[in-house]
Design a binder for this molecule. Structure first.
Ligand SMILES: [Fe+2]
Length: 265
């Protein structure tokens, strides 16, 4: 009995999606799947998600969960598309409602704000069964209020909290983001066993280095460029840096799409 992790990289958005499955039962979860979006034609398509679909079908996996680590601002989710193909359940944080309530008026959306677009709302400390294994939900807000990380069998999928050690941490300037909350969330992740395998949601390949998306908690603790300082200095550095960042280029398309659990077939 062990967890198998298969990463997929979406080049256009620098996003890592993961298929994880119990090797004994082949029960599977997909974390942070990505839809393709062409800015010129404004068309949504699913060639990248179909790669995940092919993997699932080829390996005869039983996909149970389609998990979003948060409402993404930089890419469109393919979870609802994959739900329609696979019959699995979409999973988001219970705090999706906070994101919907905050952003509905900003984007002038006509949508429910009770999270009813998604099948399962999870809380911090809750478990999702995965064959002979369990996925533990760890609430990790800060980048967004609905941030969650997923721990299973010595692996943790950390969404937008930390990036690779040479790339620091995620921005906290979206509505209801908080650098202090992110610091507290990171501290919770760092309390996991130091040999825990850490899988990030994005890698921007700084200074031309090769793609990398996998470290350990000890490597993050000892080497992450944003963590070698006090909490106060982390928060100050994060806020200063966030003040210089541009809005993600797909944000005004991605946020309304993702917080309403949309898909286009
Ligand atoms: Fe994000």
């Amino acid at each position: 009995m062990a967890l198998k992790v298969i990463p997929f990289f979406h080049d256009a958005s620098n996003t890592l999606s993961y298929i994880l499955f119990c090797e004994t039962t082949k029960d599977a979860a997909i974390i942070d799947s990505v839809a393709d979006y062409d800015q010129n034609s404004q068309k949504i398509s699913y060639a990248s998600a179909d790669v995940l679909l092919c993997y699932v079908q080829k390996h005869q996996l039983n996909t149970k969960w389609l998990i979003e680590t948060h409402v993404h601002a930089d890419h469109l989710s393919a979870s609802t598309y994959l739900r329609n193909k696979l019959g699995a359940k979409t999973v988001v944080s219970e705090h999706i409602t906070k994101v919907q309530q905050t952003l509905k008026p900003i984007y002038e959306l006509d949508c429910a704000t009770d999270g009813s677009q998604f099948d399962v709302h999870v809380k911090d400390g809750e478990y999702l069964p995965l064959g002979e294994l369990q996925i533990k939900v760890i609430g990790t807000p800060g980048h967004t209020p609905d941030g969650i990380s997923l721990y299973c069998d010595g692996h943790v999928f950390i969404g937008d909290t930390l990036f690779m050690p040479d790339s620091g941490s995620a921005r906290c300037d979206f509505p209801n983001g908080s650098a202090q909350e992110l610091y507290d969330s990171i501290a919770r992740l760092l309390s996991l066993p130091e040999q825990t395998k850490v899988w990030v949601c994005h890698d921007y390949q700084p200074n031309g280095r090769a793609l990398d998306f996998h470290s350990t908690m000890a490597e993050q603790r000892d080497n992450n460029v944003h963590l070698q300082q006090s909490a106060e200095d982390f928060v100050a550095q994060r806020q200063q840096r966030d003040a210089t960042l541009n809005k993600p280029k797909l944000m005004d398309v991605a946020v309304p799409f993702n917080l309403q659990g949309h898909s286009v077939v």
